[in-house]
Design a protein around this ligand. Structure first.
Ligand SMILES: Nc1ncnc2c1ncn2[C@@H]1O[C@H](COP(=O)(O)OP(=O)(O)O)[C@@H](O)[C@H]1O
Ligand SMILES: [Mg+2]
Length: 297
């Protein structure tokens, strides 16, 4: 049986970073003689009623054997799974990765090392300002400076470092109504993290990111990349973390603790592969397609 797949990306995001990701996957598939089509999520509308579930404008017979999802449209991923299509990564994995609070909670439940974290109690946007006194104990427990991080965010833009109680309380007021957490600042990792790209049961490529002028290592925040050879401990942790959220492939970011011990910072279920290629010469897409082929056999 010839495998046929779809690659789905977000049609609403500006710039072509995600189309680029989709095209890399498509090229890797073609190298392995696997035919694929690229779709925007907004061209695949999920329809359901009590007696039918479909994607509008698509016949059941045209459904692919698998989908590579470079998007975070969790409802669409779930719809495809209900229609019997294997989605890489699964809807559940995308949801766990997208929500950083859910990621940390799952990692903690699996006994994996993360920064000590306290979840901000849910507060509805339309309610009155919250009482910052609720947070005084937390501030004492985690210590200052401290990280205030939104559940949803990327490029470091929703990650904040606060140095005083006054800054902390101002940030809490500002984020009122959004899901966020307070987190121990791993100061030994200032401006530095490592990205280990996990595919299946292996780390296939790694890099170190370092910023000289920001506590965040994100390349978009001025971080520079260099090739990196992870230790066994780092490799094992990255694989265990990807497994904890059920990822087929993921970019796992690790921080360095006081004694250089790795601590998980985040797991990207749709980590870009071009940066990794530019830095290491390793094309992660080839590994992803290999893994998919193996799993569908
Ligand atoms: N608890 C922390 N301690 C130290 N640095 C952190 C911590 N959390 C995040 N950072 C820094 O901020 C960067 C962005 O945080 P991250 O959680 O990865 O969010 P994003 O999804 O926006 O990249 C990380 O790469 C790391 O350099
Ligand atoms: Mg990050």
């Amino acid at each position: 049986m010839d495998l046929y797949g779809w690659i789905i990306y977000n049609g609403y995001l500006k710039g072509n970073k995600f189309l680029d990701f989709a095209q890399w996957i498509q090229k890797a598939a073609a190298k392995q003689h696997i035919q694929t089509n690229i779709y925007q999520n907004n061209h695949l509308l999920s329809f359901f009623s009590s007696d039918s579930m479909t994607l509008l404008h698509t016949k059941q017979t045209e459904l692919p054997h698998f989908v590579v999802f470079t998007d975070k449209d969790i409802y669409l991923a779930k719809q495809l799974e209900f229609l019997g299509v294997r989605v890489f990564n699964s809807a559940q994995t995308i949801a766990l990765s997208d929500d950083k609070i859910a990621t940390y909670q799952t990692l903690a439940a699996n006994g994996l090392p993360i920064p000590r974290t306290v979840v901000a109690p849910k507060a509805f946007q339309q309610t009155d300002d919250i009482n910052v006194d609720d947070y005084r104990d937390i501030a004492n427990q985690l210590g200052l400076p401290m990280i205030v991080k939104e559940a949803f965010g990327s490029f470091g833009e929703q990650v904040h470092l606060v140095s005083t109680e006054k800054e902390l309380f101002a940030k809490i007021q500002e984020l009122h109504g959004k899901p966020f957490m307070l987190q121990e600042f791993i100061s030994s990792s200032y401006g530095t993290d490592i990205r280990l790209h996990v595919v299946g049961d292996a780390v296939v490529a790694s890099m170190k990111r370092q910023s000289s002028n920001d506590f965040r290592a994100n390349v978009t925040a001025g971080g520079t990349m260099q090739k990196y050879h992870p230790t066994k401990q780092e490799t094992d942790l990255a694989i265990a973390s990807a497994k904890a959220i059920g990822a087929d492939f993921a970019g796992v970011d690790l921080l360095f603790g006081e004694n250089k011990e790795p601590i998980v910072c985040e797991i990207n279920s749709n980590a870009h592969i071009r940066n990794m290629y530019n830095c290491t010469g390793i094309n992660v897409a080839d590994f992803i397609m290999n893994d998919i082929r193996k799993k569908l056999k």
